[in-house]
Design a protein around this ligand. Structure first.
Ligand SMILES: [Zn+2]
Length: 344
């Protein structure tokens, strides 16, 4: 994955344009990888996948031709660094536990501030400054854009901004020459990549949903044992059978509106939306099967009702879905601040 990440920097022309020292870039990438923890989901593999998704969107969908080179560098570095030192618990958990991170950064975008500061710390470590050949103007612009990119992965910010962005695009008023519009669009691209697992082929998408869910369950276990709270559905392993319904809510409420809008802005992104729709139908099938399944201790019915099978299966009863917090990738994280681990 480190080699593939290197290749992405090369193919985007970043190494050449910003005269990034190749050995420094290798060292920086290895250190970034080392500064992701061995949590189930928010680990180096997730960071790499988000970066790869951005690479595909920039190149295949042609954003590469619209965005400036500094913007592209900020996005790609932002993706690689956006969950640095994630501990597998979310912002709400930081607030509820009064963690060191929430005391340090406050309760707004707690983790995202930490991820950005951690990224800066690595860049400032000896032999890690991949930006050393940028002009002072470029460097200053880049750091501002990098901070924006990483903070944008807080889903709270996404919800604050998305309606304005959706309206601009839907009304045909989006304008690449307006700085505020570009800022919003880059933030939406970061979210689209962070949630990109939902756009992957079914087997991958399902596997990733299970990884996220298992990380959430570990947080839920701690909420139960340490905080004496009953976790909400997505964090409660006793309600794991609700996953298909929760995934449908996640797709309908959070993911689809974003990708639909991005497709309006750039039709080349249509394949992402198509795959989301396929995945949603798979979750729906699983949800219907679950609702049609007999209770485990009861004898099976002689025959499943006809509407519980086949392509047009409908639920046997109202879906048992949670209406609380949706699973989120960008909004999840930590507990105690651990030691920094730059350089290797
Ligand atoms: Zn993430």
């Amino acid at each position: 994955m480190v080699t593939a990440a290197l290749r992405m920097f090369m193919e985007l022309g970043m190494v050449q344009k910003f005269r990034i020292d190749y050995e420094t870039l290798c060292r920086w990438l290895l250190t970034v990888r080392k500064n992701y923890r061995m949590v189930l989901y928010h680990n180096w593999r997730h960071a790499f996948n988000v970066c790869q998704c951005m690479f595909a969107m920039l190149t295949t969908a042609g954003f590469q031709d619209t965005l400036t080179e500094v913007e592209i560098l900020a996005l790609i570095v932002g993706c690689v660094c956006h969950d640095l030192d994630h501990r597998g618990t979310n912002n709400a958990f930081q607030a509820k536990t009064g963690s060191a991170l929430s005391l340090l950064y406050g309760t707004s975008a707690t983790l995202e501030h930490h991820h950005f500061n951690h990224a800066v710390m690595i860049l400032q470590s000896e032999g890690h400054n991949i930006f050393s050949n940028l002009s002072s103007r470029e460097y200053s612009d880049l750091m501002q854009l990098l901070k924006q990119s990483i903070l944008a992965t807080d889903l709270t910010l996404y919800f604050e901004n998305r309606n304005t962005f959706f309206e601009l695009v839907n009304n045909g008023e989006y304008n690449w020459n307006v700085k505020a519009h570009r800022d919003m669009c880059r933030s939406m691209l970061m979210t689209a990549c962070d949630l990109g697992a939902v756009t992957k082929p079914w087997e991958i998408s399902r596997k990733v949903a299970e990884l996220v869910t298992n990380e959430f369950f570990e947080q839920g276990d701690r909420e139960r044992s340490e905080l004496k709270l009953t976790p909400s559905a997505i964090f409660d392993r006793n309600r794991k059978d609700e996953l298909p319904g929760l995934q449908m809510e996640w797709i309908d409420g959070i993911c689809s509106p974003l990708y639909e809008t991005l497709v309006k802005l750039n039709p080349k992104l249509q394949p992402m939306l198509d795959t989301i729709q396929i995945n949603r139908s798979k979750w729906e099938e699983l949800n219907n099967e679950r609702q049609c399944a007999p209770p485990s201790e009861a004898p099976p019915p002689p025959q499943a009702p006809p509407h519980c099978s086949g392509e047009n299966a409908a639920p046997c009863s109202p879906p048992l879905v949670d209406t609380g917090t949706a699973p989120c990738c960008g909004a999840a994280t930590h507990m105690a601040a651990g030691p920094s681990r730059p350089a290797s």
